[in-house]
Design a protein around this ligand. Sequence first.
Ligand SMILES: Cc1ncc(COP(=O)(O)O)c(C=O)c1O
Length: 492
Amino acid sequence: MPLEAMQRQEPIVSESLHMSPDEFRAHAHRVVDWMCDYFANVEQYPVRSVCRPGEIAAAVPDEPPQNGDSFDAIMSDLDRVIMPGVTHWQHPSFFAYFPANSSPPSVLAEMITSALAVNCMLWVTSPAGTELETRVLGWLARMIGLPASWQGVIQDTASSASLCAILCARERFSDFAVNERGFAGGDKAGRMTVYTSDQAHSSIEKGAKIAGIGRENVRVVPTDQNYAMDVDALREMIEADRHKGMSPIAVVATVGTTSSTAIDPLRPIGEVARQHNLWFHIDAALAGTAAILPEFRWLHEGVELADSYCFNPHKWMLTNFDCSAMYCHDADVLKRTFSIQPEYLRTDAGGVIDYRDWGVALGRRFRALKLWVVIRSYGVEGIRRYIRHHIDLAQEFAGWINEDPAFELLAPHPLNTVCFRWIADGSLPDDQLNAANKKLLDAINDTGEQFLTHTKLSGRYTIRMAVGQTRTLRRHVEAAWENIQRLAAGLA
Ligand SMILES: Cc1ncc(COP(=O)(O)O)c(C=O)c1O
């Protein structure tokens, strides 16, 4: 296009294409008002979305709009089309899975992050992104009592952190040969083994699949009556594998299992790992947050024996999804596992961290900002008060279950999650109780007043009550218990 024509066209394009600063300001205020109303009214929504499969997709046209819609139209469709398909994780009666809670300071920080929209892949692509990440992860390490020499990095999720740990284990074991030559032709293919308990999160198995270890080579270590890893069994399985010519490379322990928040014994597991030269990773996705409480520091007894560790501030620490804090005893292994140096990413900056070398993705969001804002806004004491509140509520709920002969607890409840089932008068066999408890859970969730989820423990259908939402108060837990008792009475 001739220059003259371009000059003629350019202002017209930019004026008509983008929101003007004034329009953006007005829309942004409207969005903030929308958010305030949402927080104020969140209890009026059914916690779990009641929409049917395909309903939301059917309300969104097949074809994209050829010309832009007005922001008014978009906001009105947000309420009309999208909101019915939202399950309200920020509802105070969200007791399902584990929480993914947020907080006003974290939401504000996310707004700033999205305005800056930087990519923190290298130090030079945003020095503040890198240096704040290092600093804030240092704060967090001190808050939960990790060794001072460990170095941290923010991954998107605990699943990614576990994958990184398994890849590090593979590379350290093979002296970085798999990175260079792959498994092909090597004598190691199909012979590496990874150990984790029968209560570990499925992401460990997934990580082992992706890392080329193979699902069959994940050894599932049995657990004791408290659902914690049986260390004698671990030792025997490692020795039996060695005897068969297999190569044990890693053990993954869990602090706070997904089903019941069981705590694997870190010190004896760490000692076995040291003895057999295994990479020792600790997955504390939810429970790491509880270690901020001095009275829960015992959760990390033996943590210093680990090679890597992760917990998710995005679960229980008031920080919007996604934000997973991963630490390494020797970050050089992590860097050697992931580092790659294309010409177009070389920089002259010396003595700096380029976090792109510390994980799978090149591009990285400025996640440290929300952690910084959350920790500064609440302070360590504020976060402690809020975690204690959840744990106290869960303990009180467990007490109610214990006192009612029509219910029983199915696992220890050291933290914020209570596993239980309805047992009627105690005379029904397990298969009938399994069906009845599924019916009870469906009935609770169909009221829309609460959302709880289930697991299986020792073959028994188990209802889980996980207390961890930012706005949960005692009255919400009481209402849940009343609803559960009322609906269970109808089953009898
Ligand atoms: C113990 C444990 N590990 C890992 C995960 C996976 O977390 P993410 O979604 O961050 O990958 C969970 C999820 O609940 C979990 O409970």
